[in-house]
Design a protein around this ligand. Structure first.
Ligand code: PAF
Length: 286
């Protein structure tokens, strides 16, 4: 039976009871509008844990003033149905009022990396995201928490926070789930028209092109970045936000040559009003 809990205190007392009963807890934090990417996290959480909690909370702290907080898709009934079918124990669905006590002041600062890449266009996003994830961890007390690799910078920052704050939770990163076209699954894909969905596949095509170039023996990171950038820029309707080739270990950019595991990070805008921002990434085997 899947129950819906809105009170942080009730959620916390439930998970503390589970811990006393020696149950492991798998946690999948989401903003709802669940898709196959989320379901892959839920399946893994079910496999590894005795109890599974999915949170559905569109976190105001991680949206900038001109972003899509008010229009973010919230098909709650459908999400509940999907969680029920997946056999989730609890859906944690607090209101912002319940989660952020009156006079709420405290926040997490993830440092320099929160200002880079996605942080350049979304300067408050990552600290707002880390603040809610830290709070959710304190409420849900997870043994494991599951995040998609699609938000690779987010995943990196969450691991960094857990290391820095000695959080007793194992962070599990799961592979990107793609549509047959290659488009990475995202709740924000619901904003796209059929034509835009096709145009948006240029991010995946850019990744594949870079992988091919590396396979052919071109190791120059600047060439590879230019290749990906041009492919996206030349696609009608698309506007590049950034393309970076970074270390998978530190998330910092390489010089001319990649050393160790590499990750290609891409972000682009599609459409005019409203402009939708899409991200994608992949490991690049040099
Ligand atoms: O990736 C998301 O959906 C959100 O950033 C998260 C981790 C649920 C925090 O609000």
């Amino acid at each position: 039976m899947t129950s819906i809990v809105t009170s942080p205190l009730k959620m916390q007392s439930t998970t503390l009871r589970w811990i006393r009963e020696d149950c492991s807890i798998g946690f999948v934090p989401t903003m709802g509008c669940l898709h196959e990417g989320h379901l892959s996290l839920i399946r893994e959480a079910k496999k590894r844990s005795d109890k599974v909690v999915v949170s559905i909370f569109v976190n105001p702290l991680q949206f900038g003033k001109n972003e899509d907080l008010s229009t973010y898709p919230r098909p709650f009934e459908r999400d509940v149905e999907l969680c029920r079918e997946a056999g989730i124990d609890v859906i944690f669905h607090p209101s912002a009022k319940e989660l952020y006590p009156r006079g709420f002041q405290t926040s997490i600062n993830g440092g320099e990396l929160t200002k880079m890449y996605c942080g350049k266009t979304r300067p408050i996003h990552f600290n707002g995201m880390l603040t809610v994830v830290s709070m959710l961890f304190d409420i849900v007390n997870p043994t494991f928490a599951f995040f998609g690799e699609k938000d690779f910078q987010q995943l990196f920052l969450i691991k960094q926070m857990c290391r820095d704050f000695h959080k007793p939770v194992e962070i599990v990163g799961m592979p990107i789930v793609r549509e047959a076209s290659g488009l990475a699954m995202s709740s924000r894909n619901t904003y796209l028209s059929e034509v835009q969905r096709e145009q948006a596949t240029c991010l995946y095509r850019a990744i594949e092109r870079v992988k091919n170039e590396v396979k052919k023996g071109n190791p120059n990171t600047r060439d590879l970045i230019a290749t990906a950038r041009n492919l996206v820029a030349q696609t009608p309707g698309m506007q590049v936000d950034y393309v970076h080739l970074v270390s998978g270990k530190t998330l910092l950019p390489f010089g001319d040559r990649a050393i160790g595991p590499a990750r290609l990070l891409l972000a682009a805008f599609i459409g005019q009003t409203p402009k939708v921002r899409l991200i994608d990434n992949a490991a690049i085997p040099f």
